[in-house]
Design a protein around this ligand. Sequence first.
Ligand code: ATP
Ligand code: MG
Length: 308
Amino acid sequence: MSHTDEAVPVRHLSAKERGLLLDRYRVTDGKGFRLKDRDPGDTAGHLVGKHEAQALLNGGVEHLSTLQEKLYAQDRWAVLCVFQAMDAAGKDGTIKHVMSGVNPQGVQVTSFKAPSAEDLKHDFLWRAAKALPERGRIGIFNRSHYEETLVVRVHPELLQKQHLPPELIGKKIWDNRLGAIAGFERFLADQGTVILKFFLQVSKNEQKRRFMERLNDKKKNWKFSASDLKERHYWDQYQAVYEETIAATAAPHAPWFVVPADNKWFTRLVVVAAIVDALDRLDLKPPPLTQAETEALDAARVELLGEA
Ligand code: ATP
Ligand code: MG
């Protein structure tokens, strides 16, 4: 299906094209998973082209908007999209573009920053659980509970702030946390939450280029943060913990998408395709009316027609 409008070009990927695209980046089983086998500059060869990027994004955004309305009307499934990435990989821009066509009332975005004093009084999944989307809604986690096996692992001093009983901080803590996250997601999936996890994989070179742009372009100065540069020094440690985290938590009911992030146009296409694909599989339709509800509609019709 494709058509052209002069002002707003739109092309929809077919379900088959979408499947081929997503198969390249979806991880549902961590066995043998290596980040270095993945190319942050990949753009899926001939499957999609940069010249049609805008039309494809428009098509995806339009499709997502339609599916989201049905999700809301059906009010059974919830959708949770988790975004994780190194700084400047494009999380914010991706979320903004992919969700641009969706009714804001059906979407909730939560940004997970360093935990508050209150957060730290609870278990590490507490604040994630509080922010989960209701049925019928799409929840976006801009960073997430995954920070607990990423930044906290790279900077173990953060663990000391978590008020844990010291005897529970041992060698097994990371495996325990990964297991807890996997269990949490299994539970959510069984309760009707569709879980999609995106790791926007940017290369170290491209991150440098984007940092330089933030330093040199006055309009982008506000995006630069010295702490991002500090985290860059831990690049290799982050790659290692991302690899282990993704491998330990990839599952058919909670797949990771390792999305190449050196080309923003491509990142957005893959993310919107993944969400469309997941919603498209749900067979979304409003729940059938009961006899009583049908009768109530008939009565309302009669009443309105009877108005003077
Ligand atoms: P942007 O820079 O685009 O605004 P961001 O997600 O990088 O987006 P920041 O406010 O710069 O937002 O960073 C949030 C910081 O909070 C990150 O460094 C992240 O690692 C940290 N953080 C998030 N969750 C936790 C956690 N559970 N424990 C410790 N630090 C965390
Ligand atoms: Mg930041």
